[in-house]
Write a new protein. Structure first.
Lengths: 229, 277
């Protein structure tokens, strides 16, 4: 506890650093996966090939990746960009399949109806397919978010600052409170971002609650009033 | 006026849906394509707005060959109403109705204001505007579908079994409503159904289709009833079973109409008028 009180400032800095490293890959893997998921569903050859190859990205061990990336990108060995790129690759590995599945899950009847009333291919993708795949995309990005926030701590081994620094430092100096603080804060950040994503989903996709009957049930409860004995 | 000229459609899997189909659909009239499944009626309908392109032959709208028209632009000036409404589940009723005008570049505010008027036109309460389609009954959803089909004020309205999935009472309501709308709006309506009673009720021109889009008979309901062209038509409209051959029977509680097998089919009203004819 004394360790915690004495190192408030350091912890604050590491939390900020952790967020700065982990948020870009979450956003990037979403933005990059959408067009790839579209291509995967668009052509017959593309689905199996793309999804398998990109899914295998997740099988690359992180340490060799940290050595290869600086060579490919021309960055320094300890540059935080390496970590951001590595985490984005892992995010894409998880997100592409979900995106392809989400887009494929849109009711063909609704897609046909959209074509019939005069949506162009482009407007249909952005105004019909993408929003209707939204709930599946949200489920996917929540997994990516939690996984990325946890994986960010690996950066400590190549000297990129994040809450992972508390693990390496805590091990070296034998401070259990430091390690525990790192674990708890990582979990808290993961849960907070996950919660924010759920809220964002509610705001952007108000129809989901309505269509699943959640709103109807809520209104029913309100109409009945508080249950008192 | 819509004109099919020697239209054939063979799908990639080899199915011959329509073979050498030619027909004129007059403007401002309702033409009903009626036939059982496999008669190619939906394929014919979808060829009008180029959701399906013919393998050979062509379709003219007011003398213009549709194969020269851009499909998306063509679809936006033709209303389309389908079974199960086909409404977009993530848009509120008002935005579903405003879909096509918004696609055409009308300002959202203006499109929504116009959409409210359309809700009135199809007999829906304006309070439903902010609901999602899933919060509406089947009949209400179909009305929204009709409103959406009318939103861009098209000359042509295509209706693909629009009342097929609602219960008989609601269907009767919607049919009556469509007849009223057609009287007010004067569109060229092409209506697809497998229900011959619906065809006779709504159609100015009824087209009875056999397998592969072969025309068994074209005519007004009265012409077809009075003189079925062949055995197929007679069977299809129920004339062979005597369902349509009604006679009067006196019963203790009043006169009723019975079919050729003696089953009660209705009552006779305005008797003198009939006799006078």
């Amino acid at each position: 506890m004394t360790w915690l009180l004495n190192n408030g400032e350091l912890i604050g800095q590491l939390v900020v650093a952790h967020l700065l490293i982990s948020l870009p890959p979450i956003i990037l893997s979403f933005v990059i996966s959408v067009p790839i998921g579209w291509v995967a569903n668009r052509y017959r050859w593309s689905r199996g090939t793309l999804l398998t190859v990109l899914g295998l990205l997740y099988a690359i061990p992180s340490l060799p990746l940290f050595i290869i990336l600086p060579l490919v990108l021309g960055t320094g060995l300890r540059d935080s960009i390496n970590l951001v790129v590595a985490l984005t690759l892992y995010g894409i590995a998880l997100m592409v399949r979900t995106t392809a599945d989400g887009l494929a899950s849109v009711d063909p009847g609704i897609r046909q109806s959209a074509t019939a009333v005069g949506f162009s291919e482009r407007s249909q993708f952005f105004r019909v397919d993408l929003p209707l795949a939204g709930p599946v995309l949200l489920a996917g990005i929540r997994v990516v978010a939690v996984s990325t926030i946890s994986l960010t701590t690996v950066g400590a081994v190549i000297g990129v600052d994040s809450l992972g620094a508390l693990f390496t430092d805590g091990f070296q100096r034998g401070i259990a409170a430091e390690i525990l603080t790192g674990i708890v804060l990582t979990i808290i950040i993961a849960l907070s971002v996950d919660g924010l994503l759920v809220l964002l989903g509610r705001v952007l996709m108000p129809w989901v609650a309505v269509n699943s009957g959640r709103v109807a049930r809520r209104e029913l409860r309100r109409a009945r009033g508080p249950v008192t004995a | 006026m819509i004109e099919f000229r020697g239209v054939t459609k063979q799908f990639p899997d080899g199915t011959l849906a329509v073979k050498d189909f030619s027909l004129v659909l007059p403007s401002r009239k309702t033409t009903v394509l009626v036939g059982s499944s496999g008669s190619g009626k939906t394929t014919l309908l979808r060829m009008i707005n180029r959701m399906v392109d013919p393998s050979s032959g062509y379709i003219e709208i007011d003398g213009e060959d549709t194969s020269h028209l851009e499909p998306v632009a063509l679809r936006r000036r033709i209303g389309y109403v389908m079974q199960n409404s086909g409404l977009l589940p993530h848009l509120k009723v008002i935005d579903n109705v405003a879909t096509v005008p918004v696609l055409n570049g009308v300002a959202k505010k203006q499109a929504r204001a116009d959409a409210l008027h359309l809700l009135d036109t199809v007999g829906l309460d304006r309070t439903l505007a902010d609901r999602y389609p899933s919060q509406l009954s089947g009949g209400q959803q179909q009305r929204v579908g009709v409103a959406r089909g009318l939103a861009a004020d098209p000359n042509i309205l295509l209706m693909d079994e629009p009342f097929g999935a609602v219960d008989p009472i609601v269907r009767a309501e919607l049919q009556t409503e469509l007849i009223r709308l057609q009287r007010e709006l004067d569109k060229t309506v092409v209506f697809v159904t497998h229900d011959i009673d619906e065809a006779f009720l709504l159609g100015d021109q009824v087209v009875i289709l056999e397998k592969g889009g072969r025309i068994a008979q074209v005519g007004s309901p009265a012409e077809i009833l009075a003189a079925p062209a062949n055995e197929f038509v007679a069977t299809f409209i129920g004339a062979d079973k005597g369902k349509r051959a009604l006679s009067i029977r006196n019963t203790p509680t009043g006169d009723i109409l019975v079919d050729s097998e003696g089953r009660p089919a209705g009552v006779l009203v305005g008797e003198t008028d009939v006799v006078a004819r």
